[in-house]
Write a protein that binds this ligand. Structure first.
Ligand SMILES: Cc1cc2nc3c(=O)[nH]c(=O)nc-3n(C[C@H](O)[C@H](O)[C@H](O)COP(=O)(O)OP(=O)(O)OC[C@H]3O[C@@H](n4cnc5c(N)ncnc54)[C@H](O)[C@@H]3O)c2cc1C
Length: 508
């Protein structure tokens, strides 16, 4: 299945996993002159991994409008005139990573993530990916101008499906080979070097030889037993937001040959997700089950009590850690509640057909229809909350407006509006897990490090499988960027191109 057409001296790279990280590594390996085979466990109609379920939003550092125009050259004069893109410096990106991970993220890896982010998006554009401003979700209109906030400005055209389709098209048109329904189950070694991949496909097991292997097969979030083992009791009840194929195969294969486990193995990215969503992602709904406008309302559990500061920060910096707060509540259920003063600010995902939503003209009627909730306590909670809102501070969704509550055991720090204008809306959410943070240790060339601290020859990793980048929390849009940046580095290193360019710069 491979080797035919391989040029003399050309290295053979096998990439395991066809999500964003794997495809970027496969493209970089081709660019580096390798013969590249991509193994994908899913059948072709379900290709793309978690990446295919995303909105395609990507965080990157940029200095202002000129940088945006390099990535989106077809913006019209009218669009440019009505948009304030602001800027997002490398320092801000680095600080956001450090802050939300409580200063545990690996500084060398994060430095690469940040400093290579813009250049990597330009490289992806060269490969055929198209980007658009995220007008609907990341900008609010102020005085007739769209103003971006929170460091997240562009998304891939066509969202996650558009992103992976463009990358697959680029890979195949550049001569890469994809084998769907091929699940990697082990790595072979020869003389201390990784020499191939054991694959299960169509009921058969065979070995594919390789000079280098890139592990890009995602986290272990779709494995209920591992979730419970590593994230803790109760995690078997979480719904999986994306693919069912990311079950930790890459972690297991690598650790079987001595790779070091690294990073936040008890941590993950998890969000508020429609309580009636299916067990795994639904390709037609994509990320529509998420419910991310809670900063403008309140969240209560079935005891009728609030349990998080909904306005602690922009949603980009809280959404990934609030899913697990919902998981801790009785029945793993919570309700997001809004009134008509803010309902126009709710993101498009609140208007999908498959939504668990109640609308009522009074709070009493609303709570009567919220299944299983303590109605008396709910009404007390809303009354106390309304009385605690500091209405002297103006409401502004574009900045952390400081319009908070005072005197509540669970404060709300920004965007606090009283709930007093009918109709009222309540949305039932549970915990939706996105991806796990624990993974393998890599170095700055994406080489997998073993338990003695040495690189395992011939083995590279990128994407969700990498540990040490995200801890506790996550700045929205950095997963795809991390996959692209380290995918590009892994592919280039696996093809030998990184070594060649290092050697030529030494001899120059
Ligand atoms: C609903 C949702 C929305 C999201 N939105 C965003 C967003 O807008 N922006 C953002 O930055 N991040 C977002 N994320 C996170 C983002 O999806 C991930 O960070 C990123 O896609 C990970 O890419 P990856 O290539 O590492 O993994 P994946 O895209 O999951 O790819 C892994 C691939 O490996 C394959 N595989 C697994 N095991 C094997 C095996 N043994 N053999 C062969 N193949 C195997 C899988 O089938 C899969 O195709 C979102 C995630 C979800 C679920």
């Amino acid at each position: 299945m491979q080797g035919e057409g391989q040029a003399m001296g050309q290295s053979r790279v096998v990439v395991i996993g066809g999500g964003n990280a794997g495809l970027c590594s496969a493209l970089a390996a081709l660019e580096g002159g390798a013969e590249v085979t991509l193994l994908e466990a899913a059948p072709e109609p379900e290709r793309g991994g978690n990446s295919g379920f995303t909105a395609g939003a990507m965080r990157f550092a940029y200095d202002g409008r000129e940088d945006i125009v390099q990535l989106v050259p077809d913006l019209s004069e009218e669009q440019l005139a009505k948009t304030d893109f602001g800027s997002y410096s490398q320092e801000q990106f680095f600080d956001d990573m450090a802050r939300v991970t409580q200063y545990r993220c690996d500084p060398d890896l994060v430095d690469l993530l940040v400093t290579r982010s813009f250049d990597t998006l330009k490289w992806m554009r060269d490969k055929g990916v198209r980007f658009l401003p995220i007008y609907g979700r990341q900008a609010f209109q102020v005085d007739g101008k769209f103003t971006f906030w929170g460091g997240l400005t562009l998304e891939a055209n066509g969202g996650g499906p558009g992103l992976v389709d463009s990358l697959f098209a680029a890979f195949e048109s550049a001569g890469g080979k994809v084998f769907y329904g091929h699940r990697a189950i082990g790595l072979t070694e020869d003389g201390g070097k990784v020499s191939g991949v054991v694959v299960r496909a169509g009921g058969e097991i065979r070995t594919i030889s390789a000079d280098a292997v890139v592990l890009a097969c995602g986290g272990f979030q779709a494995n209920a037993e591992w979730r419970t083992r590593y994230l803790g009791p109760g995690w078997e009840f979480a719904k999986v937001r994306g693919t069912q194929f990311d079950v930790g195969d890459g972690h297991r294969m690598a650790m079987d040959i001595g790779a070091m486990s690294w990073g936040n193995w008890s941590g993950c990215h998890a969000v508020g997700w429609d309580s009636n969503a299916p067990a795994f992602g639904d390709r037609l709904v994509g990320d529509g089950f998420q419910k991310h406008s809670y900063p403008f309302g309140i969240i209560v559990n079935s005891r009728g009590e609030r349990f998080v500061d909904e306005g602690a920060d922009f949603r980009n910096y809280t959404y990934a850690k609030y899913g697990q707060e919902v998981l801790k509540q009785p029945g793993q259920i919570a309700w997001q509640v809004f009134d008509s003063k803010v309902s126009h600010l709710l993101r498009d995902e609140y208007r999908i057909r498959q939504v668990t939503k109640i609308v009522a003209p009074t709070l009493e009627e609303l709570v009567r229809r919220m299944d299983g909730i303590n109605a008396e306590q709910f009404l007390r909670t809303v009354g106390d909350y309304n009385a605690a809102v500091d209405q002297s501070v103006p409401f502004n969704p574009n900045v952390k407006d400081g319009r908070g509550t005072s005197g509540l055991a669970v404060p709300k720090s920004n965007w606090a509006n009283t709930l007093d204008s009918p109709p009222y809306e309540a949305y039932a959410v549970t915990c939706g897990i996105t991806f796990t943070f624990g993974g393998l240790k890599i170095d700055t060339s994406a080489r997998v490090i073993d338990v003695t601290g040495e690189p395992i020859p011939g083995l590279y990793a990128c994407g969700e499988i990498v540990g040490g980048i995200f801890y506790f929390n996550y700045p929205g849009g950095s997963g795809l960027t991390a996959g692209s940046v380290f995918g590009r580095i892994a592919g280039s290193a696996a093809s030998g191109a990184l070594d060649r360019s290092a050697a030529s710069s030494v001899s120059a």
